[in-house]
Design a protein around this ligand. Structure first.
Ligand code: SF4
Ligand code: SF4
Length: 181
């Protein structure tokens, strides 16, 4: 029974990310180099172990998958060439699709705002990203002073720039969604 559950999560993540998560032999190099490890409730090597144990609910509810900064330090250190950052991303997406509320609520909102901007414009745009995030958190007027300073120093562009072929970007989103179903 346990094996059946294990292979399901292993296989699901391997299918989504193209990573051989079962190749992990728990050397812990990923955790040793992770700059965010101090704040995580599960270390990266523990995440890999729990995937093989099929601990889906515990993983999807963890703060680690949302605190991961996708810096890829772990990925470059893994002797088995597993893209652990990509596996974390896969877990985030499974959590969203499963309707699991991110344990780090505001990180989840930033994630949604970022992807929404990419889908619409084909690239990031700071006012769009922060505006979407602030609207979701309800803290619309926090950091207004900082935003104004950045605007006057020309660090923020109000008018969004888009990529030439936005349809192609939307097709990527569509195709990815189909692959995940
Ligand atoms: S570095 Fe790679 S092999 Fe080592 S524990 Fe992390 S994922 Fe597993
Ligand atoms: S990608 Fe995530 S898990 Fe890997 S080292 Fe960076 S923060 Fe840590």
């Amino acid at each position: 029974m346990i094996n059946a559950v294990n292979s399901k999560l292993d296989a699901e993540l391997e299918g989504r990310t193209g990573q051989k998560v079962r190749a992990c032999y728990q050397c812990k190099k990923c955790s040793a180099g992770c700059p965010v490890a101090f704040a995580m409730d599960l270390l990266p090597h523990e995440v890999m172990k729990m995937i093989s144990y099929g601990q889906r609910e515990r993983l999807l509810a963890s703060s680690t998958i949302w605190l991961c900064a996708s810096c890829e330090t772990c990925t470059t250190r893994c002797p088995n060439e597993i893209d652990i950052a990509g596996v974390m991303d896969g877990l985030r997406h499974i959590a969203i699709e499963s309707g699991v509320e991110p344990s780090e609520r505001e990180v989840g909102m930033m994630h949604r705002s970022f992807l929404g901007g990419i889908k619409l414009l084909g690239r990031t745009n700071e006012p769009f990203l922060i505006g979407g995030y602030k609207a979701m958190t309800g803290n619309l007027f926090d950091d207004m002073g900082l935003g104004a300073v950045m605007f006057f120093k020309r660090k923020i562009k109000i008018l969004p720039r888009t990529v030439k072929n936005r349809r192609a970007v939307r097709r990527v989103f569509k195709r990815t969604r189909k692959m995940e179903v």
